[in-house]
Design a protein around this ligand. Structure first.
Ligand code: DOR
Ligand code: ZN
Length: 463
């Protein structure tokens, strides 16, 4: 057999074990994992000595801002950033302009982004009481899941939130009744919108303009109460609830207890909740303004424990780019800056660097950053693992390479707002392979034109 690609003599993260051998790729899929004779032929051979092969990372939480807000990011820059970070699939959130709330908008978005993407991509549909009649059709048209915000945007007239916010409890319940019938995952941003409005108005009336005011307007209970409500509704409707960016100990405890009761709920956290605390708001100002905000040390410890023991299911990024000027507006008043921070490119070096401190080994990293993401979203027999027959989405890392993260080297348009500029890391992405083709190589750059494909959700029936 002649392979298209052969990665030789590499350490391979394969399920829960680390094995040494070769990976043979044919027609975009993994055809062989094992020991091949040195004269095996292949169109391309990569010498894997000293490298580790992980399943290509999946980021189920990115905002690539395309269409409509492409001054912040577009699918080309966002997906280049992903590929350079060892990410081979992304799922993009529906808060674009227009929002993805019906099939026509979904088709337009697929059309707008598909020639620009360097990595495979799924798209969320937005869901709220405003588009209940569209939810079934969206699932059949191939959305990867649904997304609802329980809190509205702070700025007035934000078209990117049109039709995807359910602050009112009954609205969310009705929305979950509709999404539960599709069988797809329903991702929920759980912060209590009524409380956020109440506290924000109160703090503004007190004249608070400082960065910590953002934190004070979204205390732990704001997340915990919303998580409790979302879980109660999931319990009633049977929906497959996924809680995005869980940041507090209290919320994680709710999730843990729901899981023990058998509720179909999963949750994620992101590097910014593990590396920063609310004390950093003073230092970073609006650059560390994201929703929910960074928390206290006890919250961080609880999230870190969850990574290892399964309380937290996945570690993704909430890559949420904004321009430097937009963030700078927060210098005079924190209320004037948008929330969000970029991260799709740096999850892997950060988690590799922190692995020991967080008690994670390579198989945990593969589980948290790829395998469980694929499983949650119904792609677990095709992506997220290095197994024969699976898509050959592979990231090769040099685990010993030490270097410094530099904002100016990132590919996101929001590189100037990157929070971890100057962080010393250990573990570098050397190759990113998408369905058998090398798409990014350290020191060389992008080795092909954008070749990412739309990943239809598990209920896809054709466009
Ligand atoms: O910080 C955030 N930014 N949180 C969100 O939920 C939205 C996101 C964005 O789209 O900018
Ligand atoms: Zn988000």
């Amino acid at each position: 057999m002649k392979y298209d690609l052969l990665i030789e003599s590499v350490k391979i993260v394969c399920g829960d074990s680390l094995v040494s051998g070769d990976i043979g790729v044919k027609d975009g899929r993994i055809a062989m994992i094992g020991l091949l004779s040195p004269d095996t032929s292949a169109d391309l051979k990569i010498d894997g000595r000293g490298l580790i092969a992980l399943p290509g990372l999946i980021d189920s939480h990115v905002h690539f801002r395309d269409p409509g807000l492409t001054h912040k990011e577009d699918f080309e820059s966002g997906s280049m950033s992903a590929a350079a970070g060892g990410v081979t699939s992304v799922f993009d959130m529906p808060n674009t302009v227009p929002t993805v709330t019906d099939v026509a908008r979904l088709k337009d978005k697929i059309h707008a982004v598909s020639t620009k993407s360097y990595v495979d991509f799924g798209l969320y549909g937005g869901a709220s009481e405003a588009n209940l009649g569209e939810i079934n059709a969206l699932s059949k048209a191939g959305v990867i899941g649904f997304k609802t915000y329980m809190v509205g945007p702070s700025a007035q007239n934000s078209p990117e939130y049109e039709g995807i916010v359910s602050v009112n409890g009954v609205g969310l319940l009705k929305t979950m009744e509709a999404t539960s019938k599709t069988g797809l995952v329903h991702a929920v941003h759980a912060e209590d919108g009524e409380l956020v409005s109440f506290f924000s108005e109160m703090l503004k009336a007190m004249g608070r303009l400082d960065p910590a005011a953002h934190y004070d307007s979204r205390l732990n209970m704001v997340e915990a109460l919303a998580v409790e409500r979302a879980i109660a509704f999931a319990e009633r409707t049977g929906v497959r609830l996924h809680l995005v960016h869980v940041s507090t100990k209290e919320a994680l405890e709710c999730v843990r207890s729901a899981k023990t009761r058998g509720v179909r709920v999963t949750c994620e956290t992101c590097p910014q909740y593990l590396l920063l605390t609310n004390k950093d708001l003073e230092r970073f100002g609006a650059y560390a303004k994201f929703n929910p905000p960074p928390r206290g040390e006890q919250d961080v410890s609880s999230l870190v424990a969850g990574l290892k023991d399964g309380g937290v299911d996945i570690l993704v990024t909430d890559h949420a780019p904004h321009t430097r000027d937009e963030k700078e507006a927060g210098r005079t008043s924190i209320w004037d800056a948008p929330s969000g921070t970029p991260g799709v490119e740096t999850r892997l070096p950060i988690v590799l660097t922190m692995a020991q401190a967080w008690g994670l080994n390579y198989t945990d990293i593969a589980r948290l950053c790829s395998r469980s993401v694929a499983k949650i979203f119904g792609l677990g027999s095709r992506k997220g693992s290095l197994l024969v027959g699976f898509d050959a989405d592979i990231v090769l890392i040099d685990p010993y390479a030490e270097y410094t993260l530099k904002a100016s080297e990132l590919h996101t348009k929001a590189w100037e707002t990157f929070l971890f500029d100057g962080m010393k890391v250990r573990g570098r992405v050397m190759y990113t392979v998408l369905r058998g083709s090398v798409i990014y190589q350290h020191g060389v750059g992008f080795t092909s034109k954008p070749a990412g494909s739309f990943i239809p959700g598990p209920m896809f029936m054709g466009l």
